[in-house]
Every structure is written in C-alpha cells, then in structure tokens.
Design a protein around this ligand. Structure first.
Ligand SMILES: [Zn+2]
Length: 207
C-alpha cells in the first residue's frame, strides 16, 4: 500500500528573500546597463526602482545557493513506515542557467523508506525549493533532489519526476507554448524493479 500526498499548495517557502550574501548594488548596476542597452531611459519614473526590484528578485530566486539542502532531509524520529510514499505536485520555479529565464512546473517524489526512515512532507517541498532556487538545468535539478534524498534518508529507492514549462522555449526562440519537459531520476531499488517503478509512475499520473 502506497501513501500518496498531493502538495498542490506551495510550501510557505523562504519569505526572507535570501538577500544575505548577495551584492544587490552590483546587480542593480547590471540591470541599469540592460535598460540602457535596450534603448530605455533608466531614469524615467516607471523604471527608477526597477534595478533594485530586479536585484531583490534575483536574490530570492537564487536563495537556494546560500543554504544547505541536505538540512531538509533529516529522518523523522520514531516512525516505522516502510511502504512507498509518494508526494505529488510540489510546485516549483527555477531559473534556466542559459537564459536566466524562469522555468516553472511540478515535482513528484516517490520513495520506499528503509528501517522506517521517513521525512516530513513540508521538508520535501523545502528540499525541492532549495535546489530550484538557483541557476539550473532541469536534468541536474532532478538528479540533485534524488541524490540528496537517497544519501540523506538511505531509503530502498527514490524516484523523482519533474515536469516544467521553460519560458526560454515558450516565449522566445522556438516559441512552443505549452511544451512540457519531463525529466526523471531513479535511485536504488526503483532502478532494478520495473514493477515498482511502474506502480509509482501510475500513482503519480493518476489524477
Ligand atoms: Zn534556457
């Protein structure tokens, strides 16, 4: 019997903005150059606070770079659950490292605990956010979540599936709105056992 959780509500997240350790002034200078580069008047009223806002936004969108994601993978004490756990639809937003354009989507995590080691559901959302909030490619993001979970929880197996829309593909370049990129990372028992893998996949796909 698998336990399935839907994380349709975004986690409380890191409201502090993650600006500690970020050189906001440096980003502001860069944004001013972009404004001038595209032929804007950086001093006009509507743009005066834009460099600061963009700097703060990038601080927030890269906040994961300045934290340790493995902190979110501490096993809960005293639990003995050893059946498959699935957490679906963890919403995330990340930044593609090739264009600094957002890619946005959902992450699904399945794992089979070993010796009762499970992790709190909100911690899984924090783990995803921690890796998403940095300059990423979706393939690496998916592997990093799977690896950290596999190392921290030492479960029988882990499967991470991510589906996302990349704005660098949908609003520019090839302009394919609605194109969804799906990646997966499979560790441990899920690799060998195609039936368990298929079961997890079916439960993830089930609406
Ligand atoms: Zn891109």
């Amino acid at each position: 019997m698998a336990t399935i959780f839907s994380a349709t509500e975004p986690d409380e997240g890191s409201e502090e903005g993650g600006a500690r350790g970020v050189d906001l002034e440096k980003i502001e200078r860069g944004v001013r150059l972009i404004l001038e580069g595209v032929g804007e008047d950086a001093e006009r009223a509507g743009l005066q606070r834009t460099p600061r806002r963009v700097a703060e936004m990038y601080a927030e969108l890269t906040a994961g770079m300045r934290e340790d994601p493995s902190e979110h993978v501490q096993p809960l004490p005293g639990d003995r659950h050893d059946e498959m756990v699935i957490v679906k639809e963890i919403h995330f937003a990340s930044l593609c490292e090739h264009h600094l354009a957002p890619f946005v989507g959902k992450c699904h995590i399945a794992y089979i605990p070993k010796e009762g080691r499970i992790v709190g559901l909100s911690k899984l959302a924090r783990l995803v956010e921690s890796f998403a909030r940095r300059l990423q490619v979706q393939e690496r993001l998916t592997s990093e979540i799977a690896d950290t979970l596999f190392e921290g929880l030492k479960p029988v197996g882990v499967m991470v599936v991510m589906e996302a829309e990349h704005t660098c593909m949908t609003i520019r370049g090839v302009k394919k709105p609605g194109a969804v990129t799906i990646t997966s990372a499979i560790r441990g028992g899920f690799r060998k056992d195609s039936r368990t893998r298929a079961e997890a996949m079916a439960l993830i796909r089930e609406k």
